[in-house]
Structure formats: C-alpha cells, structure tokens
Design a protein around this ligand. Sequence first.
Ligand code: OFO
Length: 176
Amino acid sequence: MLNEKVYKALNQQIEVEADSSAIYLAMASWCDKEGLAGCAQFFYAQSDEERMHMLKLVHYINEMDAHAIVPGLTAPKIDYPSIQDVFQIVYKQEKLVTESIHKIMDICNECNDHATIHFLQWYVAEQREEEAQVREILDKIRLIGSGGQSLYYIDKEIEKINKKRIAAEAEEEAAA
Ligand code: OFO
C-alpha cells in the first residue's frame, strides 16, 4: 500500500507526464504545418514517450493496490513564434519535470518508501538524458544561427537524432 503523500505525488506526476505528451503533440502538429518534417517526427515520438511515462505511473500505482487517477487534459499552446522558441519551451518543460520527480523522491525518502524510490530511479535517469539531449539541440541551433537556410539545417540535425533513436530502439528490440 502506498503512503498517502506518495500516492498524491505520484498521481500529480501522471498529470505532468500527460501534459508533456499533449504539449509535444501540439508541437509536432505545428512543425508539420511549418514543413519541418524532421522536427515533427521528433515531437510525435516524444509525445508517445511521455504517454508511456504516464502509463508506467498508472500501472505502478495500481500494482501498489491504490487507484491511479487519469487527469483531464490541459490545452497546450498551439502556435509558436519559431522553432528556436519551441526547443526553449521544451527545455523549460523538461526541467520542470525533473524538479517534480526529485520532489517525489524527497517525499519517498521522508516516508522510507524504498519500492517507489527504486521505481522512480528510472525516471531520474530518463530526465538526465532528456535534458542533455535538449541542451545539445539548443547548442546546435545556436551554432546554425538564424540565417536564410537555418530552418533547413536545423531540421536536418533533428532528422539525424530521429535516425539514432530508431536505430537504438531496433537494437533494444533485438536484444529483448
Ligand atoms: Fe516524461 O520524460 Fe521528460 O518529460
């Protein structure tokens, strides 16, 4: 059985992950409309990943004999000034998610909830990787600059990341 404080915090995290999934889906759709195919593919995949993070929480809470609450959707922003702004927003969102996971860890430590600490370690590692990836993208965007063909080159860079992700997923599947 979960401690009440831990239960509440985990349920709130379901909402945070659901919001991330909706935000990235809205970004994918905006990129599609702007003709940024590589970025669109990146955000569709990110949105799916966030949904998977949300589902992991739902399953964990229920496995612990509590009731996972599915939240209502917060309407995401649907328009963005530029792709540079999109990735800045992503970075802020990922930092917010990291903070939120760390807060739950603190609550778990207070409550001596070793099972949830173990469960959340996956999220801690995932957040470290996601923040690093967005920082890398922001660095590339800065290097490419905002000249005439910058959108083309930014999209190409994101396509490279998509290819790496697909290859990593194929490797994981083969190893399973
Ligand atoms: Fe849920 O992984 Fe980042 O946000």
